[in-house]
Design a protein around this ligand. Structure first.
Ligand SMILES: [Zn+2]
Length: 309
């Protein structure tokens, strides 16, 4: 909430309070602190680690959740009950994929008290103890933010039970595409950072009608989505920054080659370009009662064991 205007904050809280009585409850373990430590595999590049920080900043600027880079001495402290481990894609994930979170939500740390002094085995112990994610050097800030949000307890936006009013999804990939019974806010946002591109899940189909406009373009009418958009206007940034929320394309690409088979996958709904208002409202509503710095990371930042960002 650090960079939000009073009006933006008010809108977010409206969204949360309207949702308060209409959420599903799930069994995902949420973090017990708003200031969450992470440690990165030393084999990852400084450039990628810089993007980790930028993704953490994007989340912290718009919510209360702060991810902080720490060293092994900090992570080993008793007060730190859990941490995120940011590792290599090849160690944790399977192709195809850009990046992954192995599991969602908090995972209590284990086994680190047996470590005596840092050695080559230590790194493996940290990797096994933390809540793991895997990244590729090519990952951009929003791909990283997407995985961070998984780790904070969120599944994909197209897996929300509230999405199926607007979109048809092939659910054969149970983990990534089928509905997930976690806690959800009762809205659908195609621009969520947690929404896959429309070409994923064997091509998603939005509840829209198209009519030829001439040339290679079609007009797109999406009644249900438009109602949603008009109710909750975009709050953040401008189109040029790509930081829009609740948006949809004006037109649908088609053309003689494609015939009537409209390629929804060619069209951009702004997904994975920002933390949408819905993403922010979800985090704020789930983490509203959590302690700010349960693990005492502020002090560790002052002592140089963690880095402020
Ligand atoms: Zn994902």
């Amino acid at each position: 909430m650090n960079t939000l205007s009073p009006l933006e904050k008010e809108k977010i809280y409206d969204l949360i309070s309207e949702s308060a009585t209409d959420g599903l409850t799930g069994t995902i373990q949420l973090w017990d602190t708003l200031t969450i430590p992470y440690i990165s595999d030393p084999g990852l590049s400084d450039d990628l680690k810089k993007r980790f920080k930028q993704a953490a900043k994007e989340i912290y600027d718009k919510t209360e959740v702060r991810l902080v880079s720490c060293n092994q001495d900090a992570i080993k402290k008793k007060s730190v009950r859990a941490f995120m481990y940011l590792g290599k894609f090849s160690d944790f994930c399977k192709e195809p994929g850009a990046a992954c979170s192995k599991g969602i939500g908090m995972k209590l740390k284990t086994g680190l008290d047996k470590l005596s002094k840092p050695d080559e085995e230590a790194e493996k112990a940290f990797a096994a103890s933390g809540a793991p994610m895997g990244f590729k050097e090519s990952n951009n800030v929003m791909v990283i933010a997407h995985e961070f949000l998984h780790r904070l307890g969120l599944a994909h936006q197209h897996q929300s039970p509230y999405a199926n009013k607007f979109i048809k999804v092939d659910q054969s990939d149970k983990d990534n595409c089928a509905p997930n019974g976690i806690y959800w806010l009762p809205y659908y946002d195609p621009a969520s950072v947690m929404h896959y591109g429309l070409q994923e899940c064997n091509k998603m189909e939005l509840d829209c009608e198209s009519s030829p406009k001439g040339g290679n373009r079609y007009n797109l009418k999406c009644k249900a989505i438009d109602e949603q958009i008009s109710k909750y206007v975009c709050l953040y940034g401008t189109q040029s920054s790509g930081n829009k929320c609740f948006q949809r394309p004006e037109e649908l690409l088609g053309g003689p080659k494609l015939g009537p088979a409209i390629r929804y996958s060619d069209n951009k709904f702004g997904q994975r370009e920002c933390l949408s208002m819905l993403d922010q409202a979800w985090l704020l509503s789930r983490y509203a009662i959590v302690e700010k710095d349960e693990y005492g990371l502020e002090k560790m930042i002052a002592d140089g064991l963690c880095e402020a960002n």
